[in-house]
Write a protein that binds this ligand. Sequence first.
Ligand code: MG
Length: 169
Amino acid sequence: MSEQNPKTDLEEKARNWIKERGVTLRDIGELVHYLQAPYHDSLSIEDCIENVDKVLSKREVQNAVITGIQLDVLAEQNQLTSPLQETIASDEGLYGIDEIIALSIVNVYGSIGFTNYGYIDKEKPGILKKLNDKSSGQCHTFLDDIIGAIAAAASSRLAHSVAKDEELD
Ligand code: MG
């Protein structure tokens, strides 16, 4: 084994893959803003992005990201075995494993994340609408849920850190 930190490799890969699949930190930050702006006076997009960044530094989040994106890409390349190939390529509604992987992200910062995830998954604002647009020819069966979950977890983190600041005031 080399001296290299495997955790750093994983984090770098997860971040790069998200970017390569067309999603920026700002896109996810905007989802956090959408979720949290009603509850905070003058919430900046920078605060939202900072919380997204913190969520992406968690190993369980990175593992969910690389697992989900890998399956999306393999489905796009027609590399999976039937029936999984058709199920993921067509984003079949009853599959459900994309949501299960997303839940491993949602709960990282407690149960507020769960509520946020359900809401954003239903409303599909911003980048989530774009990822759900099947006309792109890309497969984002896992990525849409993963991005929604990262935004939900970041919202939860933000809510907790604001509550903590208020306690300290
Ligand atoms: Mg999905």
